[in-house]
Design a protein around this ligand. Sequence first.
Ligand SMILES: [Zn+2]
Length: 394
Amino acid sequence: MLKTVSGSRIENLWDVSHADALSESDKLLYRSNLLGSDKRVTNYGGGNTSAKVMETDPLTGAQVEVLWVKGSGGDIGTMDKAGFSTLYMDKLTALKALYRGVAFEDEMVAYLPHCTFDLNPRAASIDTPLHAYVPKKHVDHVHPDAIIAIAAASNSQDLTRQIFGDSIGWLPWKKPGYELGLWLEDYCLKNPDAKGVVLESHGLFCWDDDAETCYATTLGTINQAIAWFEEQTAAIPAFGGKRHPTLPAAERRRIAAALMPAIRGMISADSHKVGHFDDQDTVLEFVGAADMPRLAALGTSCPDHFLRTKIRPLVVDFDPAAPDIDATLAGLAAMVDAYRADYTAYYQRCRHDDSPAIRDPNAVVYLVPGVGMITFAKDKATARISGEFYVNAI
Ligand SMILES: [Zn+2]
């Protein structure tokens, strides 16, 4: 299911005859896997989905309302049923009486295991209150590329209103946790007609009492943002327009094959690395664009992205109009050294007394004009996922 649908709009893949035969919890899994199958809807591991379902209590035999919500870890696109935590809604509601205010919100995490339904071993995530307190049966939370572009803009509140009117609200940045759950509940109660909310610098929440409508609302909201961006940018070339020619596919692979072992040798002193090469159209458009060096140096806008990609990539000095791979290889060690020095300075500048030790200071993402993107990590899957995150960032 790890595919990127071509075309600019996200396709509605809901199959009514399939979905209608499913239990409510299986339907939630179906919806989650559909949403996560397109990386433009949410990045790998990002976002979570939930449903409030009536279940039979194993102790009393009574019907009780249970929150099914993606548990800690996992990815909505590839998860299975075991990836959901299950919690009694009445116990989650009772937690409100224990809440001592935002300064103490982190202590609420320890109460969540006490709300577990049916001895489910999947740990509840810190996002659980964000789903529990929205007074709707179904809630989707995702990090769509088009919504992050709005949410991370300095005027994100104005943009949200301009694009969505009253149908989708806006909340300022708040660390995911208990307080944000109460904010979402408060927003829903005060705006009963709203279908969702953009969270500043974070992503999107949509809700409904019907599972299919919730899914359709999430896709519709993302597609509305995509359409708005297309309208705004129709006359503007992306990333400042094309500067470098794109080499033919076989030539791109030849250059990548020359660079990858050389880079790998320079960055593997402390741990071995595996590389992944990506030359999809989105990547080629970006690495060949006039503004690429400036935009790459700005860094990614979303913390979820730069945890995987580091704050910025290394732009390899290579001119596809006059390819000289020997010259590029000869200059590579200095580029890799300069990146390490820059990253170390960034760490020193931003560290706090309680910060963890500096991580591997080597670049994860290497952009090569006319050729594509190379990512390195401890194994192939992690290298590929880091590349997917940089595509989200692009
Ligand atoms: Zn999120």
